[in-house]
Design a protein around this ligand. Sequence first.
Ligand code: ADP
Ligand code: MG
Length: 476
Amino acid sequence: MYETVIGLEIHIQLNTASKAFCSDENAFDAEPNTNVSQISLAHPGTLPKMNRKHIEKAVLLGLAFGSEINRYNLFDRKNYFYPDLPKGYQITQDKEPYCRKGEIRFISEGQLKSVRLHHIHMEEDAGKSIHDQNDLFTLVDINRAGVPLLEIVTEPDFRSGQEVSDFMAELQKAVQYLNISDANMEEGAFRCDCNVSVRKKGSPILGERCEIKNMNSRRFAKSAIEYEATRQIAVLESGGAIHKTTMLYDPVANVTKPMRKKESENDYRYFPEPDLPPVVLTEKFIDQAKSDLVTLPVDRYIRLKDHYQLNHADAEYLTEDKSYSDCFFGLANKTSNYKSLSELLISKVIPYIKTNGITLADLGNTDHLLGFIQLIDSDKVPKSAVYQHVFPVWIRDISQNPEDIASDLQLIKSDNQDFLDDLIVQVLKANADKVKEYQKGKKGLIGFFMGQVMQKSGGKADPKVLQVKMEDMLKG
Ligand code: ADP
Ligand code: MG
């Protein structure tokens, strides 16, 4: 029996206004090669300058995961030649990352798991090479060169592609909650290298690994890891050995392919960056970052499940975006009907804002949602009618009183339910054969009869009254 072992290196582009070492705009969708000053190109005589926001966001991320923050920070140059790297080197932190240790917790297949962080370091992105379809030309866009990055390196604590995928989802959400990055994978703002090895189960020694570069989809990461592990096991089983290799994943064929032999550290000729002074972090700076911390998605998920008794799917849905869970927790302090609250948000309000491309903030003071929950709880209008008829009117201006809307729409159940008698007779007549079945013992049919009457009543029937009348009438 083999066990798969995975460690990740994740690159996260930060959502700062400007680049890491100069004032060039940091914008994903700009015209190619428009955000490129002499500093991004490292022309002679230019000097880089640290971006305060880069450091703030870096520290915030480290604190969020309980890591140790280095107070005295130095930078290094990593040298290599590539057309999209006009400087010929990347500024990074090689020997002394600003952040060590800590852990990231996440939920995988219903269980709380945790991976240890080796470190997080600050660096800058390279430009982008766009390979022409026929491989005749390679186009280069330097806009991305100098975009601030954080690289998170985990310990080899993952044991399956599924765990990696679930972890990536949590980390993506965490950096969005902390307003560090939009973590958009398609746009390359969140990229992951997966180091994969296999070993005999129970063995204390790690196997030799291969590194699959640049996974920009959770699903692909999972498939690539599963393929790679199977491939390595086959090699070992046939008496071969794994050689440390850098691989690329081909999602169409669902295979990993060798890209190159992995560089050794020496190939990069790291040396201290001479143009940046040390960055010394004061306690005041760290305290400021602490005040920007928020409760992480995984902790919100746990609270939604354990304290508010929500099921897995609902808890997951509400933690998808910080504004959703903020809204839930805010209102849960003001109503005790958590079920109605979560249902309203999940089945109505959030789908509405998603389809209309707006945010919860656009709705104004969400305390008004409480009036809606009260109407549902009051039982004056059936929930289905509230959702179908009252909601569309109310959502356009949530400060309206939902009960007034229901009353305008003549949806409030009248105390006098005599009109039901006629409707019941109609329904039973139209379904004479089913009535016979009922009388022979198929008692479940009562639901069907009641549903028919409910529909005819336009939601005005009081289900409790209806049930009593219906049972009476069926006794014949
Ligand atoms: P390198 O210097 O070659 O980048 P590191 O020691 O920095 O290697 O590790 C890089 C990543 O590879 C880390 O995420 C680490 O957890 C992971 N890793 C290291 N050894 C293994 C292994 N045998 N199997 C799986 N992952 C590994
Ligand atoms: Mg590395």
